[in-house]
Design a protein around this ligand. Sequence first.
Ligand code: NI
Length: 192
Amino acid sequence: MRKFLIPAVFVIVAIIIAVGGRYVILGGHDSAAAAIGGPFTLTNHKGEEVTEQDFRGKLMLIYFGYTYCPDVCPTGLAAMSSALQMLGPDADQVAPILVTVDPERDTAQALATYVGHFHPSLVGLTGSPEQIAAAAKAFKVFYRKANPEGSSEYLVDHSSVVYLMGRDGAFLLHFSHQTDPEAMAAGIKKFL
Ligand code: NI
């Protein structure tokens, strides 16, 4: 009997460790999935390589979109710009950022022209498709090319969320592109 008992105890302990380990791994994964933001390496609209560290000490107001977007992105970026104007000199504490989901067309040069239409401090970020995919994944942003019927031009379906991140890069709040600039300014003000 003892001959079988010892291996049986080993098997039970092994199962407990395996199941427990799996639980811990999945638990860790789930809490990571809830976190928004994280490290990124991209190129700004001046052609300089930047990382999330370059924005430390400022609140980041970050939006993922693209310059060919017909209406959603311009609405969101206009709201961000108006909110910053409402903050007056305190807007210096905020880094407004547009990360492109269309790196193929949104070169640094294309972004430079585009961000100039909205706010003088708006930073456009682009990168390789892999760098953009990694940044979008960190911010839980979905995007996908979509060809309208009979058109050679493509649109990009994408999540439209304006994230407010803390001076340490941690997620604080989110807005939509339809949030009133007044409400956006009020939300930012809480963290100034
Ligand atoms: Ni858009």
